[in-house]
Design a protein around this ligand. Structure first.
Ligand SMILES: Cc1cc2nc3c(=O)[nH]c(=O)nc-3n(C[C@H](O)[C@H](O)[C@H](O)COP(=O)(O)OP(=O)(O)OC[C@H]3O[C@@H](n4cnc5c(N)ncnc54)[C@H](O)[C@@H]3O)c2cc1C
Length: 349
């Protein structure tokens, strides 16, 4: 009997696979080439202080410690150029916003992630920042399209990938194991991203899928060493290319680029940067977001071999490494799951 069948090879499935490898588990990954992984269009930012109210993100101390360990290690396995620790510059939109931040920072210490205020003139002239902004330490980005592509090649080279759709109906579920394709598995873990809403075993989970769109622009001469955010973000990714993101749409989850989002992103870019640009790509993806913004981890209440690792939402880069470890601790070592991420918070299947 093999230990683990991972269904899906986006960010969630790839991180699970690398963690399973670290533990010496006997695993395989099934990936349906006909279904897109939305990880392939994501910007891959990790940012410890976010939101209109400058909040330290949930569990930042723990999750970011794991980011700093995991992605450099993943690079050593998959190849260089995946992990990019970078400063994040959050530009103030108004004097009022600057005052709001200064009031807040006195009240809520943020430890190693405490942002530093900078003044007009700190960033290159081509970046519009008349009210200055914040330098946020501890952030950066992971090249997610490359990460999943390199992970696929690595899995293939180790004979760990099956180019196959796996649906719950093709699996024979027993109390303590499952059989798929004539092979027995101790656990089958579904890491299907936004497709999970079609999985009948976990149909009760309240996904609130979010469509997002991103532009890639060619902007010669943008000399910027970090990410700039001002409502939208601009992320230099090399070769004069920058990503501009992202939009959020809950009503329209049709994965088709829209003119409205294109205009919104172009405006967002022009509010930050004054250089001429050319649009190279306009991409769209669906985030597996969850009502309470916490991951979905756990086992089916009737078939304990059927498991889920999903709900990474808008913060897959920071959530995946730490929670993949906790998921494997739970499935293979019987360690209890944190109630905040356990799917049982939404009742039994
Ligand atoms: C526009 C946009 C910008 C984003 N920016 C960021 C960001 O800056 N930082 C950040 O942290 N996150 C960001 N995200 C979110 C991040 O992309 C997600 O959290 C993450 O990609 C989710 O990964 P996943 O593996 O769960 O899903 P996916 O990447 O969609 O992967 C699921 C995989 O499962 C496969 N699959 C599904 N069902 C089956 C089946 N039955 N059998 C076999 N295979 C199956 C699919 O083919 C797919 O390959 C962004 C998302 C979008 C859309």
């Amino acid at each position: 009997m093999k230990d683990l069948l991972i269904v899906g090879q986006g960010l969630a499935g790839s991180v699970l696979a690398l963690k399973a490898w670290q533990r010496g588990l006997e695993f395989m990954v099934s990936s349906d080439p006909a279904r897109p992984s939305w990880t392939r269009i994501a910007a891959g930012l990790f940012n410890p202080v976010t939101g209109r109210r400058f909040v330290k993100t949930w569990m930042a101390d723990t999750l970011f410690e794991e980011i700093y360990q995991f992605y450099p290690w993943a690079e050593s396995v998959l190849g260089d150029g995946l992990y990019h620790p970078r400063p994040i510059y959050r530009v103030f939109t108004s004097r009022q916003q600057r005052l709001e931040f200064l009031n807040k920072v006195d009240q809520e210490p943020m430890g190693r992630f405490t942002p530093q205020v900078f003044e007009k003139g700190y960033l290159p002239e081509t970046i519009h920042h008349p009210e200055g902004g914040l330098f946020i330490p501890g952030g950066g980005w992971v090249d997610l399209p490359r990460f999943v592509q390199e992970a696929a090649m690595w899995l293939k080279s180790h004979g760990r990938i099956l180019d196959h759709l796996v649906t719950p109906d093709e699996v024979i579920w027993h109390d303590d194991h499952a059989v798929w394709n004539g092979q027995s598995w101790r656990k089958v873990i579904f890491a299907e991203g936004a497709r999970a809403d079609q999985n009948r075993l976990f149909a009760h989970l309240p996904f609130v899928l979010t469509k997002g769109e991103v532009l890639t622009l060619k902007v010669p001469n943008l000399e910027l060493n970090g990410v700039v955010s001002r409502g939208k973000f601009i992320l230099p990714v090399g070769n004069d290319l920058i990503k501009v993101g992202s939009t959020y749409s809950w009503d329209d989850t049709d994965p088709v680029p829209t003119e409205e989002a294109r205009k919104d992103l172009v405006t967002g870019f022009e509010e930050i940067c004054r250089l001429p640009y050319e649009i190279v790509h306009h991409q769209v993806g669906i985030r597996p977001t969850v009502k309470d913004r916490r991951p979905f981890i756990g086992m089916h209440s009737e078939f304990s071999s059927a498991c889920i690792f999903n709900g990474l939402g808008t913060k897959g880069v920071s959530l995946a490494p730490y929670w993949a470890d906790r998921a494997l601790d739970h499935l293979f070592d019987g360690k209890p799951l944190d109630k905040e991420v356990d799917i049982r918070r939404f009742g039994e299947n």
